[in-house]
Write a protein that binds this ligand. Structure first.
Ligand code: GDP
Length: 432
């Protein structure tokens, strides 16, 4: 979702404006320089659109002087946000500090809106015309305190913001889409038969249904699921030349068409290259995932012990995936698959509100700051969960974050907010 930053001198009413926009009536956070707040980013909605609102008050640096610090704030805002609001106190007029901030923002290629705040009565309205001199276009007079004209301001804001990025995978109505994938002979068709046979409500390739004839509708645990591209599973295909290539292509297509993948593994054998290729496809496609270990009826005590170490090494890419042990032959535990699918999809669809996310993040960063790089300490300014399906975090920073630190953030994020069964992407947006 697009990011809008609010910039301005202390006491011009930034926080009041932020509260006004996000529709919060709580006591205003004191707008004092040097006060570090524990949260700076909020979710905001207007006219059916959603965006992240960033109050740059929390970034105010140390005693570099007001003018320099507001200019630095404007600089950061310009580089991290999609649009910037510069707030001026209309009852005071443009100060040297406002001019310094404007000068920075005039270089911006991104939209900048000039907000003349504290226009509580018409007497001040005429004075706002003088703010044209800041070179940021038309001043928008508002009273954040009384709400005056803030609706007009929001309309103007929305016009400047880029379209929100879509969900990774668009939500569709109808049954949730499952890809049943795994290497040949792992038991895919046996499992599908067991799942559909047992529940006795398969609607497979029935004329008049909207189901693609290659898909199967299977009822599991009181819910209908759409298993993607199962035609090949039901009619055994022969192993002609190139069959493996086509099988792999088909797997990829099924994963892309699905929301969640059931990756079937043979519990009797070590995890193979072929298994890892399938897992990689799922992770790279950003799909939710459940690991199903089949042929559990063949697993004895020795095998079980051997598996523990194998799994630790073999599944490093998907430590977050739930594991279910089944036997397609005997039907053992196959009923555990549906709840695992549900959990994975709930994680895949989940969004953590920006306020909650930043409250958690600022504590985490304070306790474990990013490693210094090239003699500089990168600062993490704020984060938003920019997308779902799969969940995607964007961290706004002043420097590169090493892969190890990004993984640390992902791990802590999962510890705090869950997300079992779903990949989580962590992207970093660095000021240039
Ligand atoms: P696919 O290629 O993945 O569709 O695998 P199939 O479903 O055709 O199964 C391959 C072979 O494994 C067949 O001989 C099945 O009978 C056997 N098989 C499948 N599931 C199990 C299981 O849970 N236990 C045992 N012992 N054999 C199984």
């Amino acid at each position: 979702q697009p990011v809008l930053a609010v910039v301005g001198r202390p006491n011009v009413g930034k926080s009041t404006l932020v509260n006004r926009i996000i529709g919060r009536r709580e006591a205003v956070v004191q707008d004092v320089p040097g006060v570090t707040r524990d949260r700076v980013a909020y979710d905001a909605y207007w006219g059916g659109r959603k965006f992240t609102l960033v109050d740059t008050g929390g970034w105010e640096p140390d005693a570099t002087g007001l003018q320099a610090s507001v200019a630095a704030q404007a600089e950061l805002a310009m580089q991290t946000a999609d649009a910037v609001l510069l707030v001026i106190d209309a009852s005071v007029g443009a100060t040297a500090t406002d001019e310094a901030a404007s000068k920075v923002l005039r270089r911006s290629k991104k939209p900048v809106l000039l907000v003349a705040n504290k226009v509580d009565d018409d007497r001040l309205l005429a004075d706002t015309a003088s703010l044209w001199s800041l070179g940021l276009g038309e001043p928008h007079p508002v009273s954040a305190l009384h709400g005056r004209s803030s609706g007009d301001l929001l309309d103007a804001i929305l016009k400047t913001l880029p379209e929100a990025p879509r969900e990774g995978v668009a939500a569709t109505s109808g049954p949730r889409r499952v890809a049943l994938v795994g290497k040949p002979n792992v038991g895919k068709s046996s499992l599908l038969n067991k799942l559909s046979g047992e529940e006795r409500s398969v609607v497979d390739s029935v004329a008049g249904t909207t189901v693609d004839p290659v898909d199967s509708l299977v009822e599991l645990d009181g819910e209908t699921w759409r298993f993607i591209d199962t035609a090949g599973l039901r009619k055994r295909v022969n192993f002609a030349a190139g069959a493996e290539y086509y099988a792999s292509l088909r797997t990829k297509t099924a994963i892309d068409a699905a929301e969640v993948a059931v990756v079937l593994l043979d519990a009797g054998e070590p995890i193979s290259e072929q298994d890892l290729r399938v897992l990689t496809m799922v992770v790279e496609a950003g799909r939710a995932c459940v690991l199903v270990f089949n042929k559990w009826d063949l697993v004895d005590e020795d095998r079980r012990h051997a598996m523990v170490r194998e799994l630790e090494r073999g599944l490093v890419r998907v430590p977050w995936a739930e594991k279910v042990n089944v036997s397609a032959l005997t039907g053992r535990s196959v009923r555990k698959i549906a709840p695992a699918l549900r959990t994975a999809l709930a994680s895949w669809d989940k969004r953590v509100p920006t306020g909650q996310l930043n409250a958690w993040l600022s504590d985490l960063i304070a306790a474990t700051p990013p490693p210094v790089r090239g003699g500089k300490q990168p600062k993490v300014l704020f984060a938003t969960q920019a997308g779902i399906r799969p969940p995607t975090l964007v961290l706004f920073t002043t420097g590169f974050l090493e892969a190890g630190y990004r993984r640390f953030i992902e791990r802590k994020f999962r510890e705090r907010f869950g997300f079992e069964g779903s990949p989580v992407r962590v992207n970093v947006r660095v000021r240039e």
